[in-house]
Ligand binder design. Structure first.
Ligand SMILES: [Zn+2]
Length: 349
């Protein structure tokens, strides 16, 4: 790894399909002759893409609808992957696991012809982008493939993770489409998704899972006990069940926390008195790391999440710990993880 001396962060929870420069989206939308918001200017697009007021997850996810069609080509896929690496360097990141739904990049015509071979080409294009990015900018980036609970995409990402295991893909993730607002009855235990996670476990494919973001602690419990997730995406609401939280501390369950996103999605509501769950994680020496989630929508990359945490009172020691946690919890093969830990150790002393 050729890295700058201050490049010592590890980011584990960032959606590549939500980590695209506004300039690139503008360019791709114009190339695709797509309708731009407002007066069609870059400024109007940038404003439409950025969520600045906390509301709920559904509101937070809305801007994806503006540009997702512009991503549906292999060129776009490789380009955003390559540019992502440059952004990681600017944000002092040495290693990132970028997750994405390959379906978001699948060219329309491929859906009909051969979906799996189209999806394979998407993963190859993104891996190519990361490789070129690593050569030009330094940081190492691997892929986590993300499916949605309740449709066949989880099956697809499992197949792809099996095909590309050891070749740039390190794990799978699942987000829950139903998880729009906290309504536990709506979040169904989907047998197909459970089977996929079980199969992944058998094949040695690493697994993370979005849980306890807008959903309650029972979602975290379910992620751990039913899906056997190795890491929890967000997990803030774990704290509503003290027993569960104590068990997570004991078992060193890793929480991928995303400060700005936690506020803007309405997952965490700060009412002036309550401590943010990340502060509690830090105070209790929970196993957590710091990520950005969706820089495109937040309008800021992970560096600003560190700044926010600093404002909340976290210090250099907390950041050091969080980055060691992240490296330890990464889905890299053992030898590469040891190498990453060496790098991190040198840079944080
Ligand atoms: Zn996420």
């Amino acid at each position: 790894m050729k890295l700058d001396s201050d490049q010592k962060r590890v980011e584990l929870h960032v959606h590549l399909d939500g980590a695209i420069r506004h300039e690139t989206i503008y360019d791709l939308m114009r190339k695709n002759k797509m309708k731009l918001p407002g007066d069609g200017s870059f400024e109007a697009l940038s404003k439409a893409l950025t969520v600045t007021e906390p509301k709920d997850l559904a509101n937070f996810l809305k801007p994806f609808g503006i540009y997702i069609q512009a991503l549906k080509s292999l060129e776009a896929a490789e380009r955003v992957a390559y540019e992502f690496c440059e952004e990681m360097t600017k944000n002092k990141v040495a290693y990132a696991e970028a997750r994405y739904s390959p379906h978001n990049f699948l060219p329309e015509h491929q859906k009909e012809v051969s979906k799996l071979s189209g999806l394979k080409q998407v993963v190859e294009a993104i891996t190519r982008g990361f490789k070129r990015g690593e050569e030009d900018f330094g940081p190492k980036v691997t892929s986590i493939l993300c499916g949605f609970n309740g449709d066949e995409s989880v099956d697809d990402v499992l197949k792809l993770a099996q095909i590309f295991k050891g070749e740039g893909v390190v794990g799978i993730d699942m987000a829950t489409k139903q998880d729009l607002g906290y309504n536990p009855e709506e979040v169904k235990l989907n047998s197909q998704a459970i089977r996929c996670y079980e199969e992944a476990r058998k094949c040695g494919i690493h697994r993370t899972l979005h849980a306890g973001e807008s959903g309650g602690p029972e979602m975290v419990q379910r992620a751990l006990q039913v899906f056997h997730a190795e890491r929890i995406g967000h997990g803030y609401h774990t704290l509503e069940d003290e027993n569960l939280f104590q068990n997570c501390l004991r078992d060193r369950v890793h929480f991928e926390t995303c400060p700005h996103s936690s506020i803007l999605t309405g997952a965490v509501k700060l009412d002036g008195h309550k401590k943010h769950p990340i502060i509690r994680f830090a105070e209790n020496d929970a196993n957590f790391s710091i990520s950005s989630d969706d820089p495109t929508i937040i309008g800021k990359w992970v560096d600003s999440d560190y700044q926010l945490l600093e404002e909340w009172g976290l210090n250099a020691q907390h950041f050091k710990k969080a980055n060691f946690n992240a490296a330890e919890a990464s889905f890299l093969p053992q030898n590469e993880k040891a190498e990453l830990l060496e790098v991190i150790k040198k840079l944080w002393t």
